[in-house]
Design a protein around this ligand. Structure first.
Ligand code: F6R
Length: 590
C-alpha cells in the first residue's frame, strides 16, 4: 500500500538510487510514482500516473545527495499525475504511506487560512500543515504537523533549507538502513539497496532526522530516544527473476525450498518449549488473517482440530476486530501474515492481546509490526516475495502451522512428513502440461468454480482467490457439499468447475458432485492425488493426477498445482501476474 523511500548520501547521486528503490518497491502499489531531489538548496520534483518507468527520462535529470520517492496505491483521488506524490508546498516536499483520516477537517481549516490544494489526496494536507507550522525549524514544524494527524502514516520530508530527510512513523511501516555511504529510509527491508548492512526499526510516533553522517530518533515530543541498530544479512533467496519470465512462476518454484527453510527456521529460531506450553495449554485456538493468509488458517484449522483435539476457529481479521470474542489466557490467537504489516490483522490481534489472550505470529517478515505485537513469533522462511499474489509464502504458512499443530504429537515425524510434501512439490513442478490444459479451459470460461471437502475445500478457496486476482476470470471457492444449495444454478456449458479430491474418505461424495455438474453440461477438471479417482473420472473430466501424498499433506501439492493453473491462465489472457490491477502487496490501510 504505497512504498516510500529516501536516500541521503555522503557522495553520489541519491536520485538515481531512489529511482532504483522505487522499482524494487513497486509491489506496494503501481498507480503512480514520483520523486524529489534536493540539490543546492533547491527541490526538483518529477511525478507521473502509472508505473515507475513512466518517470523516465525526466528522473534521469534529477541530481542531489538527498532524494525521496513514492510509488502509489490510490486511496483518495484517482491515479493521475496531480495526485501522484511527492506533494510540495513552500520549502517542503513530502511522500506519505498510509491514510489521514481527519484530512477533510484539516483541509477545511487550512483552506480557511488561505491554503490552496492541487490534488484530491488526503496526503496533501500533510505538506500544507508542515509549511503552515514552519518558522525556520523544519523538525519542529514536522512534529507539530504530525501531532495533528489521525490515521496511519510513514512520511519522508525534504526541506529546501536543510540537507537530509525528516521521517515520521505511525502505524505504517518504515525502516532506516545504513551502509558506509549514508542512510536509506524505506517501507520494507527487502526493498533496501544491497549495500545496506544494518537497520533501525522506529517505534510508532518516532521522528527521525536522517543525514549522511548520523540518524537521530526522537519521540513525538522531540525528546531523543535510542533505537537499536541490528545487522541484516543477505537473503538466502536471490532477488531478481532468475531467468523466469515473472516473479510469480519463480516464487512457485521456490515452494519446496520454502518448506525446508521453514522447518529449519522453526527448529533454529522458535522458543519451542514456550510454544508447546501455549499450544498444549490452549482451550481454544483462534486463527486470523486476511486473504491468502486467512485461507492458510482454513487449512490449519483441520491440523489443530485433529492433532491437538482443541476447538479451533478461523476468523477474517477485518471482521474479527469489530466483533472480538471473549478471551482468556488459555485462548491462543494465531495471526497469519506474510508481510506482518496488514493493518486489519495487527488491529484484531492487538485487541485480543489487550483482552488477555496469548498471541503467536506466523510471518515471513522478521522485523515487521506483528512481531512487536505477538508474544511469540513462528517464522515463515520464504525469502522476499515480490509477486503481489502470495504463492510460496502460503506454502510456508502451511508448513509453519503444521509444525505448530504437531507440537502435541511428534515434531520429528512432522519434519519427515514435510520433507515428503516438499518432494511432492518438486515432482509436480517437473511437468506443467496438465496446468496448461486446465488453464486453457479457465481462460475461455465465463466463471470458474473450485470445489472440495475438508482440507480440499480450504485449497479450493485459495485456488479461487489466486485465479481471480491474477487472471480477472470470475471465480468462487465452495465446499463441494454446498453445490446443490445454490451454486448449481450457475452451472452451464460455459462454466468450469475444478474439483479437488485428495482425501480418500471424502472421495465418493466429491465424485457425486462431479456427476451433478456434468449432468448440467458444466465442464469439469479434477485435481487428485488418488489414482482410483483419476481412473474413474478420466472419461468425463480433465483429470490431473498429482504425485501421491497423504490426505493431510495434500494441500502442499494441490495448492501449488492450482497456483500454476492461475499463473498460466493469467499469461494466456495477457495479464501481468506479478502486478494485478488495483492490488498491492502489503495492505497497511484498513
Ligand atoms: C493474495 C494475497 C493477499 C494477502 C493478504 C494478506 O494472493 O496475497 O490476499 O494474502 O493481503 O497479506 P499478509 O499475509 O501480508 O497479511
Amino acid at each position: 500500500m504505497c512504498g516510500i523511500i529516501g536516500v541521503v548520501r555522503k557522495s553520489g547521486n541519491a536520485a538515481e538510487e531512489v529511482f532504483q528503490g522505487l522499482l524494487r518497491l513497486e509491489y506496494r502499489g503501481y498507480d503512480s510514482a514520483g520523486m524529489s531531489a534536493l540539490d543546492g538548496g533547491k527541490i526538483c520534483t518529477v511525478k507521473r500516473g502509472g508505473r515507475v518507468s513512466n518517470l523516465m527520462p525526466e528522473a534521469e535529470r534529477l541530481k542531489g545527495s538527498t532524494a525521496i520517492g513514492h510509488t502509489r496505491w490510490a486511496t483518495h483521488g484517482e491515479p493521475n499525475d496531480t495526485n501522484a506524490h511527492p506533494h510540495c508546498s513552500g520549502k517542503f516536499s513530502v511522500v506519505h504511506n498510509g491514510i489521514i483520516e481527519n484530512y477533510r477537517q484539516l483541509k477545511e481549516e487550512l483552506s480557511d487560512g488561505g491554503a490552496t490544494f492541487a490534488s484530491d489526496t488526503d496526503s496533501e494536507v500533510i505538506v500544507k500543515l508542515i509549511d503552515f507550522y514552519y518558522k525556520g525549524d523544519a523538525l519542529k514544524a514536522v512534529a507539530r504537523a504530525a501531532a495533528r494527524l489521525q490515521g496511519s502514516f510513514a512520511l519522508g520530508v525534504l526541506c529546501a533549507d536543510r540537507e537530509g530527510i525528516i521521517a515520521v512513523k505511525y502505524k505504517s511501516p518504515a525502516v532506516v538502513g545504513f551502509d558506509g555511504n549514508g542512510a536509506v529510509l524505506c517501507s520494507d527491508i527487502p526493498a533496501l539497496p544491497a549495500s545496506v548492512t544494518s537497520v533501525c526499526v522506529p517505534e510508532d510516533g518516532d521522528i527521525a532526522e536522517i543525514t549522511a553522517e548520523t540518524v537521530t530518533f526522537y519521540d513525538s515530543k522531540l525528546t531523543p530516544v535510542n533505537r537499536v541498530r541490528r545487522p541484516i544479512f543477505p537473503e538466502q533467496f536471490t532477488l531478481g527473476q532468475g531467468g523466469y519470465p515473472h516473479y510469480m512462476i519463480k516464487e512457485i518454484h521456490e515452494a519446496e525450498r520454502t518448506v525446508a527453510e521453514t522447518c529449519g527456521g522453526f527448529f533454529r529460531n522458535v522458543d519451542v518449549k514456550r510454544l508447546t506450553e501455549y499450544v498444549r495449554g490452549a482451550d481454544r485456538i483462534i486463527i486470523t488473517g486476511c486473504g491468502t493468509a486467512y485461507n492458510a488458517g482454513l487449512a490449519a484449522k483441520s491440523y489443530f482440530t485433529e492433532k491437538c483435539g482443541v476447538f479451533c476457529q478461523v476468523e477474517i481479521a477485518s471482521e474479527l476486530r469489530y466483533s472480538p470474542p471473549k478471551v482468556t489466557p488459555a485462548t491462543l490467537v494465531i495471526a497469519v501474515t506474510q508481510s506482518g504489516e496488514t493493518a486489519d490483522t495487527i488491529e484484531a490481534v492487538s485487541a485480543l492481546k489487550r483482552a488477555g489472550a496469548r498471541v503467536v505470529a506466523v510471518t515471513n517478515c522478521g522485523y515487521s509490526q506483528i512481531t512487536r505485537v505477538a508474544h511469540l513469533v513462528v517464522p515463515v522462511c520464504a525469502g522476499a516475495e515480490v509477486c503481489v499474489a502470495a504463492t510460496k509464502s502460503y506454502i510456508g504458512q502451511l508448513a509453519a502451522l503444521y509444525l505448530m499443530a504437531k507440537l502435541t504429537e511428534d515434531l520429528f515425524t512432522a519434519q519427515e512428513e514435510l520433507t515428503l510434501a516438499g518432494a511432492g512439490i518438486g515432482e509436480l513442478l517437473k511437468s506443467e502440461a496438465n496446468a496448461e490444459e486446465i488453464a486453457r479451459q479457465c481462460a475461455k470460461s465465463s466463471a470458474v468454480f473450485f470445489l472440495g471437502r475438508g482440507l480440499d475445500y480450504a485449497v479450493a478457496v485459495e485456488a479461487s482467490l489466486k485465479l481471480k486476482e491474477v487472471s480477472y476470470v470470475f471465480s468462487d471457492g465452495y465446499p463441494a457439499g454446498e453445490l446443490k444449495h445454490g451454486t448449481l444454478a450457475l452451472i452451464d456449458e460455459n462454466t468450469l468447475s475444478v474439483v479437488v479430491i485428495c482425501n480418500p474418505a471424502l472421495a465418493e461424495k466429491c465424485c457425486n458432485a462431479v456427476s451433478q455438474i456434468i449432468s448440467r453440461r458444466g465442464k469439469v477438471a479434477v485435481i487428485t492425488c488418488l489414482a482410483d479417482v483419476a481412473e474413474k473420472l478420466k472419461a468425463s473430466a480433465a483429470v490431473w493426477l498429482l504425485p501421491q501424498c497423504s490426505a493431510v499433506l495434500s494441500p502442499f501439492v494441490s495448492a501449488v498445482a492450482l497456483q500454476l493453473v492461475a499463473y498460466k491462465t493469467a499469461v494466456l489472457l495477457g495479464r501481468d501476474p506479478d502486478k494485478p490491477r488495483n492490488l498491492a502487496k502489503s495492505v497497511t490501510v484498513e
